[in-house]
Ligand binder design. Structure first.
Ligand code: SAM
Length: 276
C-alpha cells in the first residue's frame, strides 16, 4: 500500500488516499468544470474524453476529519451526462487495483482505459493516444504530488487535439527544487533550462508570477490561448498560504468562460480571487 494511504482500508476493502482539507477546493473546481464541460458540450461533441494522469485510488479521506470523499476519477465518473471515454493512469499498483474495482459498476456504457505506470512513459502515452477517438473533445486533469509531468507528455497528448487542461502547479515544491537547481524542472518546463535565467532575473516576490507566466507561455506554444485575465487559482492551507495553483489552459474561448464560472466560488461557498 502507498505510504500516503490510510493504513485502515475503507469499508469496500480498498485504501483511501489521505489528503489535506484544502484538497476539497481543488476537487470542487474539477467537479464544477467537468459538469459545465459535459453538459455544455454534449450536443456539439459526440465523444468526450476525461484523462486523469495521476488518478489515485478513486476515494480519499480528509486528514484529521475521518471524512471520505470522491477523488478525481470518481468525480469524473459521476458526471451526468458522463464522458464517453475515461483514461486513468497511476504509477502505484495498489491505486490502480482500487480504481479498477471502484470504477467497474459506474458508467458501464462509457469506455475506460486504466493503466498502471508512469504517465510520462512512451508506451503509456501511445496507448492513450490510440484510445482517444480522432474527433473527441478532451479534459485532462493533471494532479501530481510534485512536478512529475514532462512537458513532452503534454505535447504528445494534446497535439492536433482539443484537450482542456487543469494542472496542479506545486509551487512550494517547485520553489524548493529551484534552490537545489534540479534538472527535473527542465522536463517539467520543456524549455531546455531557460527557467534558470528567468528565476535569476526575477525579484523574489515576483518569482511565483514569473514561473506561472513562463509555464503558460510554454503552453501557448502548444496552441493554447493567451490569457485575457489570470486563469490560475490558488489553493491555500489553513494559514492562508498558497500550496499550489490550479493552472487552466484551453484552445477555445468557451473553455475560458467555463473556467471563470468554475473558479468563481470555492467549495466553502466563498468567492475566490483568481491569480493573486
Ligand atoms: C495527488 S495524488 C492524485 C490524487 C487524485 N487526483 C485524487 O483526486 O484522488 C498523485 C497520484 O499520482 C501517482 N503518481 C505519482 N507519480 C506518477 C507518475 N509519474 N505517473 C502516474 N502516476 C503517478 C501517485 O501514486 C498518486 O496516486
Amino acid at each position: 500500500m502507498c505510504d500516503r494511504c490510510k493504513s485502515k482500508p475503507n469499508s469496500d476493502g480498498y485504501p483511501l488516499l489521505e489528503l489535506g482539507p484544502w484538497a476539497k477546493n481543488k476537487l470542487h473546481y474539477l467537479r464544477y468544470y467537468s459538469s459545465l464541460f459535459t453538459n455544455g458540450m454534449k450536443s456539439r461533441w459526440p465523444e468526450t474524453v476525461y484523462l486523469d494522469l495521476f488518478a489515485g485510488p478513486g476515494l480519499c479521506t480528509v486528514r484529521g476529519t475521518g471524512e471520505t470523499i470522491q477523488g478525481s476519477p470518481m468525480i469524473a465518473l459521476s458526471q451526468m451526462p458522463p464522458f464517453t471515454h475515461y483514461v486513468f493512469v497511476d504509477s502505484d499498483e495498489s491505486h490502480i487495483n482500487s480504481l479498477n474495482a471502484r470504477s467497474q459498476s459506474i458508467n458501464a456504457a462509457s469506455e475506460k482505459l486504466i493503466l498502471p505506470g508512469n504517465c510520462n512513459n512512451s508506451e503509456i502515452i501511445n496507448k492513450i493516444v490510440n484510445f482517444i477517438p480522432p474527433n473527441a473533445l478532451c479534459l485532462a486533469f493533471i494532479d501530481p504530488f510534485t512536478w512529475d509531468i514532462d512537458f513532452k507528455t503534454l505535447r504528445a497528448l494534446t497535439g492536433s487535439r482539443r484537450v482542456d487542461i487543469i494542472l496542479v502547479f506545486q509551487i512550494g515544491g517547485i520553489k524548493r527544487a529551484i534552490e537545489s537547481n534540479t534538472t527535473s524542472l527542465d522536463q517539467f518546463f520543456g524549455d531546455d533550462g531557460k527557467w534558470r535565467k528567468l528565476v535569476a532575473n526575477a525579484l523574489p516576490n515576483q518569482r511565483t508570477r514569473s514561473l506561472l507566466d513562463h509555464y503558460r507561455h510554454q503552453l501557448s506554444s502548444l496552441g493554447y490561448l493567451g490569457q485575457q485575465y489570470p486563469t490560475e487559482v490558488s489553493v491555500v492551507n489553513t494559514k492562508n498560504v498558497p500550496l499550489y495553483y490550479m493552472v487552466f489552459a484551453t484552445k477555445h474561448p468557451r473553455g475560458q468562460d467555463f473556467w471563470q464560472k468554475a473558479i468563481h466560488h470555492s467549495a466553502t461557498g466563498t468567492r475566490t480571487l483568481p491569480g493573486f
